[in-house]
Ligand binder design. Structure first.
Ligand SMILES: [Zn+2]
Length: 275
């Protein structure tokens, strides 16, 4: 393969797509950044999130969401969240009010991964997201509990494209499998992998190439994205009521949501699906 690479200041784009189906006044929005840093190809950061979102969008051709689902592949995240900030700022208040929730996926295939959910309820790091973010975190937790896979909260650090959504009071949530921070002994016991090593030793470097993705992490977290997106796209409840719904859902409705997902064949990497 021969590639030509140009480094210059230039104009860049967000790519936005949405379903024809579903209530356009109650939008479930999901996004991942498409760009990388100069140092490398950015396959885990953020080919992993972008690819998962693309597969979800393709599979959703057959779905019947009750709420409109909008997909965003952001430009220029690495230059300072430029694309997503521009997008949110370009919306009228009326359009912002129609977004039920924003779901963000930035790095979901880290080679020495942990399963991290944005701490929407502030239980781990003392900063909660806007109303609805706690419920969103609870839905992600629901998925990991159903699959009996460990997860933990991760700090809302404003280091990814949810930042402007947060600023504008839009509920958000999302996943992250870790970057330059070293995995602790406790986390290695919980998630497997190596303690004392970064979750992604190739973070923002040349070796973030196609070999730098853990397929199990991508499968687990890609399915989590599909689960929460499909749940929220099918529910007309106010988002804060999703927590109670998710709690009551144990286990019958949880299983039903998984069936809905399977029926629509939303996503399925490998053969590790829950029965
Ligand atoms: Zn990133």
């Amino acid at each position: 393969v021969v590639t030509n690479v140009v480094r210059e200041q230039t104009e860049t784009s967000n790519v936005i797509a949405q379903t024809d189906r579903g209530n356009p006044d109650n939008v479930v929005m999901t996004g991942a950044h498409l760009d990388s840093v100069f140092e490398g190809a950015g396959i885990n950061d953020n080919g992993s999130g972008s690819a998962a979102l693309l597969e979800l969008a393709l599979q959703m051709k057959r779905a019947h969401p009750r709420n409109q689902v909008r997909f965003a592949w952001w430009g220029a995240e690495e230059a300072g969240l430029v694309g997503s900030t521009f997008y949110v700022n370009s919306l009228s208040q009326e359009e912002k009010d129609k977004i039920k929730v924003y779901l963000n996926y930035d790095m979901i295939g880290s080679p020495n991964f942990g399963n991290f959910i944005y701490d929407g309820d502030g239980s781990d790091f003392d900063l909660a997201g806007p109303p609805g973010s706690a419920a969103t975190e609870a839905l992600f937790e629901k998925y990991f509990n159903l699959r009996e896979i460990a997860s933990e909260g991760t700090q809302i650090s404003f280091r990814s494209d949810y930042a402007q959504f947060f600023e504008d009071g839009i509920a958000f949530g999302g996943l992250f499998t870790g970057a330059e921070v070293l995995k602790t002994e406790e986390q290695a016991a919980k998630f497997g992998g190596e303690a004392g090593v970064a979750f992604d030793p190739c973070y923002h470097s040349a070796c973030d190439d196609i070999t730098n993705v853990d397929e199990l992490a991508l499968e687990i977290n890609g399915d989590a994205a599909a689960f929460v997106t499909s749940w929220l796209s099918l529910s007309t409840r106010v988002i804060d009521e999703e927590i109670a719904a998710a709690e009551e859902a144990e286990p019958a409705a949880g299983a039903r949501a998984l069936q809905v997902e399977q029926k629509h064949d939303i996503t399925h990497w490998g053969d590790k699906w829950i029965k």
